[in-house]
Structures are given as C-alpha cells and as structure tokens.
Design a protein around this ligand. Structure first.
Ligand code: FES
Ligand code: FES
Length: 169
C-alpha cells in the first residue's frame, strides 16, 4: 500500500473528498471516487487523449496527472458539459450536440476525450477567428487517436462546433 492523502476537488460543480493513494491518477479518481465513468482510458500513457478532462479550464490527460495534483482544482468531465438544470430535460453542450449532429463517432470510445479537447481548443481561439481550415482541425486532432479511424466525421464535428461557437448555424 502506498502512502495516502486526502484529495478534495470539484468535479462538474460537485465537491468530492476522498482519501486516496498518492499514486492514484486523476483519471482513476474521477472514475472511481466521483463515479464519472464518461472519462475513458485508452493507452494510459498520455498518447491517445481519450482520458482528457479540463482542470481549471485547461485540457489535461488525466492518465498522466495524479489526483493529488488536482487537489483544490475544478475538474470538468464530459458529464459536466450537459445542462442538467432541468433534470427532466437534460440538454447536450454545444460541442456534444455538434458531434451528434455530424455523427462524429463510431464506437464512441474516444469521443469524450476528443470533445473535451475540442471544448478547450475552441475556448482559446480568438472570438473573431476565421472558421478553422481542414489543416488546422487536423493538426489540432493530431494529439487524439480514434481506433475506429473515422476522422473525416470527427473533422466535420469540430468544424460544426467551431461554426456554432462563432454564431453559425
Ligand atoms: S488514456 Fe490518457 S492519453 Fe491515452
Ligand atoms: S469512435 Fe471508436 S475509437 Fe473513436
């Protein structure tokens, strides 16, 4: 048993406190201690991006970050993008909806990580930026792997999300 420490963080606006081994990754913490299993684990080596979450607004590969490093932070996972203010009528976040509309997934395993990466990527683009080119989108996506390899529809989903974020249809 490795040493333990108390970790307290906010995930999707809810506070979680748990005693956890210091070697526990943030990915395991959000899945096991917070029950947020929408964060998927692929390579567990920082390569695929499947486990991406936002920590204080920045995209982070949660398989590479220790839970103790996120102590006191605000974490957003794929579940946190949904507007659940009306429990009977949850509404997908804009990037989630764009991916659904563009059918940007096959098995969907990589989808949460790619959506979280897209949310962070769009947030750091200037509000008056031109629509991203195919090359820009593909360069951004180079850090995320889809084992179903349906990249064309993923590019379309990112493009649609970018259009909508700047007031497009
Ligand atoms: S599971 Fe974290 S980068 Fe692949
Ligand atoms: S949709 Fe299957 S891994 Fe990407």
């Amino acid at each position: 048993m490795s040493p333990t420490r108390t970790v307290q963080l906010q995930a999707n606006g809810v506070e979680y406190t748990a005693e956890t081994e210091t070697r526990t990754t943030l990915a395991d913490f959000v899945r096991r201690q917070c029950g947020l299993t929408g964060t998927h684990l692929g390579c567990e080596h920082g390569v695929c991006g499947t486990c991406t979450v936002l920590v204080d607004g920045a995209a982070v590969r949660s398989c590479l970050m220790l839970a103790v490093q996120a102590d006191g932070c605000e974490v957003t996972t794929i579940e946190g993008l949904v507007d659940a203010s009306d429990p009977g009528n949850p509404v997908l976040g804009p990037v989630q909806q764009a991916f659904a509309d563009a059918m940007s997934f096959q098995c969907g395993f990589c989808t949460p990580g790619i959506i979280m990466s897209t949310v962070a990527w769009l947030a750091q683009r200037p509000a008056d930026a031109d629509e991203p080119s195919d090359a820009e989108i593909r360069e951004f996506l180079a850090g995320t792997l889809c084992r179903c390899t349906g990249y064309t529809s993923i590019v379309e989903g990112v493009r649609l999300a970018a259009q909508r974020s700047s007031g497009g249809p």
